[in-house]
Design a protein around this ligand. Structure first.
Ligand code: ZN
Ligand code: FE
Length: 255
């Protein structure tokens, strides 16, 4: 494996990720919820941080940055659109921009909805997309700033990546998401078995993140607005996919 991917639990239910290129020894970090567990993981592996990639401005994704930069002089990347409310950036990124990390292409995707200016990072060589609070395991981020059609658009872009892509999202909300998903898609056998697997993983203290896009497409109600059974249950047979998504999001907010 030329790229090593490490999931780091932070705070009570956040995740940060390390992307390590074994050939060059270069290491990137996605989001900084909390410095201590990240610094511990870097030290344990003997890695030096070269880059930090920020997904969006919320504190639970950025607040550890100062303490991490005090020990590692890393280059910080984030959305140009959010420069006014992100920590100081060295590289400002725009939608569909590509940059190079240790010889690997990284695609920047605007996935606004949870916030406006939220970006995801797709690293094809790692077979991974870093989605934070856009597409999440069995869920999606709450719409604090963007609209439902905007989030639907963002999720649709992520859904068009290769099915085997690892979805590295920002939170361990999966067990609660599963309870809700079963109210929307109760007869989906893949969702039923995934819910069982999630309960077992959480009972054992195992993260449910990352998941795969294939699994999300089969079970995540927020990606399944076109599913006939879901449309029937929601009484939305002739609505647009974005309208069905908006109804599912509204029901989750009230769940
Ligand atoms: Zn957030
Ligand atoms: Fe968050």
């Amino acid at each position: 494996m030329p790229i090593e991917l490490v999931t780091i639990p932070c705070l009570s239910d956040n995740y940060a990720f390390l992307i390590h290129d074994t050939a060059t020894g270069r290491t990137a970090l996605v989001d900084v919820p909390e410095a201590a567990p990240i610094l511990r993981t870097l030290a344990a592996r003997g890695w030096t941080l070269d880059e930090v990639w920020i997904t969006h401005h919320h504190d639970d994704h950025t607040q550890g940055l100062g303490a991490v930069l005090a020990e590692h002089s890393a280059l910080v990347r984030g959305a140009a659109a959010d420069r006014h409310r992100l920590p100081a950036l060295n590289m400002e990124l725009r939608d569909e921009e590509h940059f190079d990390f240790a010889g690997h292409d990284v695609r920047v995707m605007d996935v606004s909805g949870h916030t406006v200016g939220h970006i995801a990072y797709y690293v094809a060589d790692a077979g991974a997309v870093f989605t934070a609070d856009s597409l999440m395991a069995l869920g999606c981020g709450r719409l604090f700033e963007g609209s439902a059609p905007q989030m639907w658009d963002s999720l649709t872009k992520i859904a068009s990546l290769p099915a085997e892509t690892l979805v590295c999202s920002g939170h361990e909300y999966t067990a609660a998401n599963a309870k809700f998903a079963l109210t929307i898609d109760p007869d989906n056998p893949e969702l039923i078995s995934r819910s069982q697997a999630i309960s077992e993983a959480r009972a054992a203290g195992t993260p449910t993140v990352p998941s795969t896009l294939a699994l999300e497409l089969a079970t995540n109600p927020f990606l399944r607005a076109s599913d006939p059974a879901i449309r029937l249950l929601l009484d939305k047979k002739n609505a647009s996919d974005a309208e069905v998504f908006a109804e599912i999001r509204a029901r989750k907010d009230a769940f």
